[in-house]
Design a protein around this ligand. Sequence first.
Ligand code: DMJ
Length: 675
Amino acid sequence: MYAGAAAAATAGPPRRDFISVSLGPEEAVGAGGYNNSKAWRRRSCWRKWKQLSRLQRSVILFLFAFLAVCGVISYTSMGEAWKSLTNKSLDDQRTKQEIPGVKLANPAVLPAPQKADANRGDYPELSLQKQPNPPHVRRGPSNLQIKAPWRDTRLKTRHSTIRAVEELVQTDKGEKTEKSIISWRGAVIEPDQNTEPPSSKIKEPDKPSSVEAEDQKEPVPINERQLAVIEAFRHAWRGYKDFAWGHDELKPLSKSYSEWFGLGLTLIDALDTMWILGLKEEFEEARKWVANELVFDKNVDVNLFESTIRILGGLLSTYHLSGDSLFLEKAKDIGNRLMPAFKTPSKIPYSDVNIGRGTAHPPRWTSDSTVAEVTSIQLEFRELSRLTGDEKFQKAVDEVMKHVHTLSGKNDGLVPMFINTNSGQFTHLGVYTLGARADSYYEYLLKQWIQGGKKENELLEDYMRAIEGVKKHLLQRSAPRKLTFVGELAHGHFSAKMDHLVCFLPGTLALGAHNGLDANHMKLAEALIETCYQMYAQVETGLSPEIVHFNLHAQKGHKDVEIKPADRHNLLRPETVESLFYMYRFTGDKKYQDWGWEILQNFNKYTRVPTGGYTSINNVQNPSNPEPRDKMESFFLGETLKYMFLLFSDDIDLINLDKFIFNTEAHPLPIWVPA
Ligand code: DMJ
């Protein structure tokens, strides 16, 4: 018994300033004494309550309610503070620890990228609607309401997951673990989850009824194959950083660099890949270079097409993903500097522009431009107009498309490879290919139509007609495996030659079918991607050459694919991996991931340079000496590794194809009226 209570029970009137604890009915005091029974207390409280006026009762009730609300709020914010404290210390520990086996090029923790027009935290919630307009930039149309593919929490989860899987891979080298790994934020990673045999279509969740609904989706954890892509990217980036920082291309063997335009091409091409892969430190460091070192006011000739798809496209997509207006400012600058290219008698642009002097010219030996080049800059210039409100960019490139639409010299929608900047007419008539010099004309017909909300009928007409032209004139089957391939036509003669570049086509056909075009396009895509895969699988190194010739008749001891000595090189090109990505997204058939995985392993086997970087090779037929060429093209980081990473992902919202359209350099730009 509590001593004070015992004293009260025996010593007269109760004192009200202490707590009494009664242990049993027998201890209750008789009538007239202090009655502390529960029933009595309840009755007495109730009586007191009844005696209060209505106003007093209301005031008391209000106070109770107020205290309850305050209690809930302070409990929640304490919880958050506690959580962020815990996370911060985990983050701190992590940044201090080096990832086992993965040596970062620069393990320093860099400051968060600063927006040119506002302070912002790391990778904030991104919404085009919410972004403040940078100075002098007009708002885009209100129908564009696109969110970045993930939110802050999503990216953070990804970083922690990357580390968890890295630890798994490093500790387990070679042998498979039975265990699931749980990251510190609770994302479960099944070590074997992506090595299963082909199964069904990716389960597409129901369309979110609103953007908010989409935001609530759980991020899909990174898997081992994606981690291998991240590792490959970091290895390539290390070479670039150590030996070619700020220059156009890495020469990984001679540990030096080459310049093409002198504009840090690899760095700009790789920006959005770093964002998508979640490589925050690398991104921030590159962003710093763009802010402090990237200057376009240079007396240098650049190729209009290449600088549009790589630089303008790269800056625009990075702007959309990061919300950082620095990239839009740079995009405007280069866009304006490229405009002199359109000052030609026909308005068909010249191939080259001096971005410092504001002059443009065709190549020295001709006044022709390449058809693919003048018709594959539209996605970027149109988007620049939408973002800036300055219609001159879109007007210039739309005029080119309208003009090409009306031209004669096509063969059932197939276009020649050259167009004259004076007359505006096709030249070198009679040669038709889906490879070099014509390829992305076809790709951009479809993609512009999608970008603009599927309203520009001339683009669709030209695309549909061209695919019919391909079927009629260029499709053939090889022997012995009856692989469907796209050959070339020269003055009525069919050639069984196919560039690796043509392997963009299965992906484009699949994208068209996904957007409601002829379902047979998907069938054709399936046949063609098999062929593109065989262009790797039938070769000694498992890597495709630049060009193959298909056998049309079975010959003993011959495969479908023949390679000429001059065509044996591999430049680390993306087209097959690009199409594998589309095919996997739209079918969910895991064989496409497995094929991509084989290709990545072969890149690692034959093109990886131990001191950092990857190199093009001269001979895909000689595994013991593939003859490294000492050059890492910027599209290896801009395209090949990005498409690999996306191919291995099961997250359809990681660059949702109903919201983004990839330019021909794999830079995602928003669809103006998303599906
Ligand atoms: C890239 O620059 C682009 O994909 C372009 O469309 C074709 N050539 C390279 C990659 O192969």
